[in-house]
Design a protein. Structure first.
Length: 400
């Protein structure tokens, strides 16, 4: 293979700190390497993580930014300083979590003839409004002005960005990709039984799966509040929560000086629910795809989302999904009622949606099968990696 093209990804969060977009690019890296692209990462140093390490072929460099009000902008400033100090500028610079505070630093890179791109993974400001205020247009235009290219993960996002003054020639739509070989349906009923036994799951349980941060934003409280109605109708139901805690004080508790974390708040409420032992918090796992294959229904009742990969991954395993209407680009996952179901953000609607779906085996199969087919045709990781590799190569040829 010819010499690899080095790109630098500047991301506020990166492994072992979990974040959707950063984790997605960590998974992309091996496939990009096969396509001639080597991923280097600059990220913020947290805890005891080493200053430098290589993970799965990714070169990761961590820097201390201090107590900045805008950590992503502080990280970008440190990154540009490092490039200037060493004189080794990236062939391509990609920035995640870009804010207007980092614009001047991106211009520094452009001054040194470095092509730059950023990724928009959550719905841009102003969506849902017929009249986007002039202030918003100016803000977004300044924010994205230094970039050669802005990657949008959906056509809807791209259209909103164009309304906000970004020329269509500077926007490229590349959806979030899914490894359809890693995330694949279970082969047979017998194999599912064996998998459940290996995971410590009773073969007769009706498994409701949640994957994500245990946080208020992800709607965990809506799901736990739906539990009494679910268990009263489906006594074999069990909820598995997979994901780390999000240790921020629970904002709805205002009386106590020492507010508990959201996780502590949820755990504290469990004893008041019927059959609390059937709601299990597993923490982080390394085999989330196995839990998806072993489950009956996937639920993500988020109160705010962009285009969460976890939904596409669950769909790829043939797992029927129930999501909230607050996911910004639902049409990227197919047709509601065919590839997935939507439940309103309250416990009554969610419990009914879960009970109705679990009670209908034919419906479970139909939605799961349609979901898998949609991902194969629209979100296959190989197609996405080809687009990213072509984009990086094209940008690297930009005059230096």
């Amino acid at each position: 293979m010819d010499k690899l093209l080095d790109i630098w990804l500047v991301s506020e969060y990166f492994y072992p700190t979990l974040a959707g977009a950063a984790e997605r690019f960590r998974r992309y890296a091996p496939g990009l390497e096969k396509r001639g692209i080597h991923v280097n990462v600059l990220t913020i140093k947290n805890g005891s993580a080493p200053d430098y390490e290589e993970i799965e072929g990714i070169s990761i460099q961590r820097v201390i930014v201090g107590n900045s009000k805008v950590p992503s902008a502080a990280l970008l400033s440190k990154s540009i300083h490092l490039f200037r100090k060493t004189g080794q500028w990236p062939k391509v610079l990609q920035i995640l979590s870009h804010t207007i505070n980092g614009v001047s630093n991106v211009w520094w890179a452009r001054f040194h003839r470095v092509p730059a791109l950023t990724s928009v993974t959550t719905m841009p400001i102003g969506v849902g409004s017929e009249k986007i205020r002039l202030k918003t247009i100016i803000h977004q235009w300044i924010r994205y002005s230094p970039f050669n290219l802005v990657i949008a993960s959906s056509g809807i996002m791209a259209r909103v960005l164009m309304k906000q003054g970004i020329h269509k020639n500077r926007i490229k739509v590349i959806p979030n990709g899914v490894n359809i070989y890693k995330f694949r349906p279970i082969e047979t009923v017998e194999r599912k039984r064996e998998l459940r036994k290996s995971l410590g799951i009773d073969v007769d349980d009706e498994i409701i799966l949640f994957v994500g941060f245990i946080s208020e934003k992800k709607g965990v409280d809506i799901l736990t509040d739906a539990w009494p109605e679910i268990i009263s109708k489906r006594p074999k139901a069990k909820i598995l929560f997979v994901g780390p805690q999000k240790d921020k004080p629970y904002q709805n508790i205002i009386t106590a000086e020492d507010k508990p974390s959201f996780y502590e708040h949820i755990i504290g409420k469990l004893s008041s629910y019927p059959s609390p032992q059937r709601m299990i918090f597993l923490g982080e796992v390394n085999n989330v795809e196995d839990f998806m294959r072993a489950a009956d229904v996937f639920v993500l009742p988020s109160k705010m989302e962009g285009m969460p990969n976890v939904v596409a991954e669950a769909m790829a395993t043939g797992l029927p999904c129930i999501v909230s209407p607050n996911i910004g680009v639902l049409t990227e996952f197919g047709v509601p009622g065919r590839e997935f179901l939507i439940s309103q953000n309250n416990s009554e609607s969610l419990s009914k949606a879960i009970v109705d779906l679990i009670s209908n085996k034919k419906r479970l199969f139909e939605i799961g099968s349609s979901a898998r087919l949609w991902v194969e045709n629209h979100l296959d990781l190989d197609l996405v990696l080809d687009q990213y590799a072509e984009t990086y190569q094209a940008l690297s040829s930009w005059a230096r």
